[in-house]
Design a protein around this ligand. Structure first.
Ligand code: NDP
Length: 288
């Protein structure tokens, strides 16, 4: 068996086109286009690239995009005041504070200034709570949403399947495990204290690696025919490396999302989907 390589780039491009068409339909009904405000504080070069890519994707989809660049030496109070003022702006549908923030800033204080109705990243505890309670999420974190979309568009049956998620962070592992449970999978969450990780993983029909340990997941972790989702991205010698050892896993798995070109491109598309969902909810086009 050789795994089908899941082309996240193509799926993400299709999704962005679908979203652009939905934005066009919205505006041709005389309704204001969704708007996304991004706060980028600090000099992290990777963050600057992510934000630039988000801005481009937003503009191409017809989403109004505003970038705020407070000085890197801003205090927590100053940044919190800025985010509160964006949150209070009626013309803004979605807000995203690019992480990480400079060391002197208390991240929780700043993030708490985004209301759940404008939470473009889907990180707000209210939205996380909705997901945990099993409600259909208006917004949810983009990376796990992207993983679910790749499963859906690959035609895989999630209901009744055995899923193992390695990684329990609040932005990837935990919300993805909840999404899989909500989609009727039987889910195990693993982490750095899990005993005999390989044998737990080997039971999975759907195996997710969201660890940040380059090439850790080799064929000995993979059930033949499994759908393997590689979320990991670690820069190494000028390239980005995933958590899955592709060479070893490809002959065993049924599907494999590659790094790069798998989950990564989906994250921005899902940010745009979240922004559109927030805009619809705020214009009472759908119920929150
Ligand atoms: P975190 O560092 O927050 O979490 C990593 C998780 O992996 C933790 O739960 C940790 O366990 C677990 N872990 C670490 N080492 C091991 C091990 N040896 N065995 C089993 N579990 C282990 O990372 P994130 O969730 O933020 O990100 C995970 C990866 O995904 C990173 O490579 C990141 O760059 C990438 N990523 C990619 C995105 C994309 O768009 N493609 C978006 C977001 C992240 P414990 O809790 O016990 O410490």
């Amino acid at each position: 068996m050789t795994a089908t390589i899941v082309d996240g780039k193509t799926v993400a491009a299709e999704l962005r086109e679908e979203l652009a068409a939905q934005v066009t339909a919205m505006t041709s009904d005389g309704i204001a286009a969704p708007s996304l405000s991004v706060v980028l504080c600090g000099d992290d070069p990777a963050s600057a690239i992510y934000v630039r890519n988000k801005g481009r994707a937003a503009e191409r989809a017809g989403v109004r995009f505003t970038l705020h660049r407070p000085p890197a030496e801003s205090t927590t109070d100053e940044l919190a005041a800025l985010v509160r003022s964006i949150d209070a702006d009626e013309s803004v549908d979605g807000i995203l504070v690019q992480l990480p923030l400079p060391a002197q800033i208390d991240e929780d204080t700043v993030m708490a200034c985004i209301s759940p109705e404008k939470d473009a990243d889907g990180f707000h505890p209210y939205n996380f709570g909705r997901l945990a309670e099993g409600h259909p999420a208006v917004v949810a974190p983009g990376t796990p949403l992207g993983c679910m979309e790749l499963l859906r568009r690959s035609g895989v049956t999630v209901r009744g399947s055995r899923a193992v998620v390695v990684g329990r962070s609040a932005i990837v592992g935990r919300p993805l495990a909840l999404m899989l449970v909500n989609a009727d999978a039987t889910v195990t969450i693993c982490h750095s204290r899990t005993r005999d990780l390989a044998s737990v993983c080997k039971e999975a029909d759907i195996l997710v690696a969201a660890i940040g340990r380059p090439r850790m997941i080799d064929a000995s972790y993979v059930k033949p025919g499994a759908f393997v989702i590689d979320v990991g991205t670690t820069p190494q010698d000028g390239v980005v490396v995933g958590d899955v050892d592709r060479e070893s896993v490809e002959p065993v798995a049924g599907w494999l999302t590659p790094v790069p070109g798998g989950v990564g491109p989906m994250t921005i598309a899902m940010l745009l989907r979240n922004t559109l969902a927030l805009a619809r909810a705020r214009r009472a086009l759908v119920q929150v």
